[in-house]
Design a protein around this ligand. Structure first.
Ligand code: HEC
Ligand code: HEC
Ligand code: HEC
Length: 233
């Protein structure tokens, strides 16, 4: 009895000392336990099929092992499926969002779990801004073993449509699908500590007071596109 207890205690010590703080996104992904069923499942399968037909994308950069340059760092698990121009839904926002996606990691805008403190930094000078949690990067590098395992499953012929849809659900359930609105960074207060990120006073002013960013949050998607002649009237 006492021996058993001691053994369990040792096992606990072992796991707590060898397992470091994990990657927040991968942890959240692993923790997903409920999956769509019935009609919802069919709808998801339909969306995944349609997506594949619209935009078959391949990893545009071969795997790499020394992420030092700005471009390399921007290549993450997300981009292995979404490519470098992931936004297309909103005609008013997509060009801006795609431009940001090269300078700001996806998860800065798409992973904002409530009550979880995140820090935003730029690990490589002039590289993308990334989120970090408890000292660990949140972005999953494109060549991380976990990314390879996910992509192998996703692309493997053996995966049924249902299993693929469940994997898709697991990948996206932890995310904030609507993304971060422009004004949360362009304005006061800002999600980002622009000074700590190395922006000069003038740049900070330009980002804070950005008229486009402040205007776009108010644009109604349903409104007809603005015509040049309306501006000239
Ligand atoms: C294995 C491939 C794959 C990976 C990895 C992946 N996605 Fe996706 N994602 C997809 C597909 C396919 C869709 C399209 C489904 C559709 O058209 O609604 C999608 C849809 C989305 C959407 C729209 C979600 C919705 O349900 O409306 C967002 C946002 C998104 N992905 C963000 C991300 C981010 C951020 C990452 C990285 C953490 C990521 N994705 C990783 C394949 C992937
Ligand atoms: C600056 C913040 C920001 C960054 C960085 C960002 N997104 Fe988004 N994303 C958004 C917002 C906001 C939306 C909602 C857009 C809308 O209004 O339709 C969105 C929507 C999406 C959608 C679904 C709608 C669409 O436009 O097709 C996908 C897929 C997506 N993001 C993937 C990504 C991926 C992958 C990355 C990284 C390569 C990324 N995003 C980086 C803010 C961001
Ligand atoms: C997560 C924070 C964040 C969000 C959300 C965000 N931005 Fe930005 N934006 C930035 C940062 C940081 C820069 C400066 C990028 C750089 O120079 O590296 C920037 C730069 C810009 C610039 C160029 C400014 C200049 O003068 O150089 C424009 C325009 C802009 N954003 C518009 C938008 C719009 C429109 C949206 C919403 C669709 C948006 N931003 C959402 C953080 C954000």
């Amino acid at each position: 009895m006492r021996g058993g207890l001691r053994l369990r205690f040792c096992a606990l010590l072992l796991t707590t000392t060898t397992v470091q703080a994990g990657n927040l996104y991968l942890e959240r992904m692993e923790a997903v336990t409920s999956f769509p069923e019935g009609e919802e499942m069919h709808e998801l399968i339909r969306r995944i099929d349609a997506h594949g037909q619209q935009a078959p994308r391949r990893l545009e950069t071969p795997p790499f092992h020394h992420r030092t340059s700005r471009e390399d760092r921007a290549v993450t698990l997300c981009r292995r499926c979404h490519g470098a121009l992931p936004h297309r839904r909103s005609p008013a926002r997509r060009a801006f969002l795609n431009q940001h996606a090269g300078r700001i990691d996806c998860l800065v805008c798409h992973l904002r779990p409530e009550g979880v403190p995140l820090t935003y930094l730029r690990p490589v000078a002039d590289g993308p801004i990334e989120a970090s949690h408890a000292g660990e990067a949140v972005a999953v590098p494109a060549d991380a073993p976990a990314a390879d395992r996910i992509l192998e499953r996703w692309e493997g012929a053996a995966l049924s449509k249902e299993a693929k849809a469940r994997l898709h659900h697991r990948l996206h359930e932890p995310l904030d699908r609507e993304g971060t609105p422009c004004g949360e960074c362009h304005g006061e207060p800002s999600l980002l500590d622009l000074q700590a990120l190395g922006f000069t006073e003038e740049e900070r002013w330009r980002i804070r007071e950005n008229r486009i960013a402040r205007f776009i949050d108010r644009v109604e998607e349903e409104a007809p596109p603005l015509q040049l002649r309306e501006l000239l009237r």
